[in-house]
Design a protein. Sequence first.
Length: 112
Amino acid sequence: MKYIVAIIQPYRMDAVREALNALGVKGLTVTEVRGYGRQRGHTEIYRGSEYTITYVPKLKLEIAVDDKDADEVVETLARGAQSGKIGDGKIFVLDLVSALRIRTGETGSDAL
């Protein structure tokens, strides 16, 4: 099993969700986060004053999938999240050692 973590632009969430639903992804967790990468934040002008936004708002998606589905999910995430501009985000793929569905006691891939 694989655990996929994606950091994306908030406005790309609908496109990503629709693409993942079409692919048949059973579930995902979304968290509002803030951070920065190579862009190191940005400056904005508000009521005539310039200020720096150090931590940029993003969404963190977490998805657990079978090994055989991981590559397709990553490709779908990348297509849905890509705008072609700086700050599109990152996708990380980690090995998932085990999973347990609390309600039924199912383990492994059956728990996903």
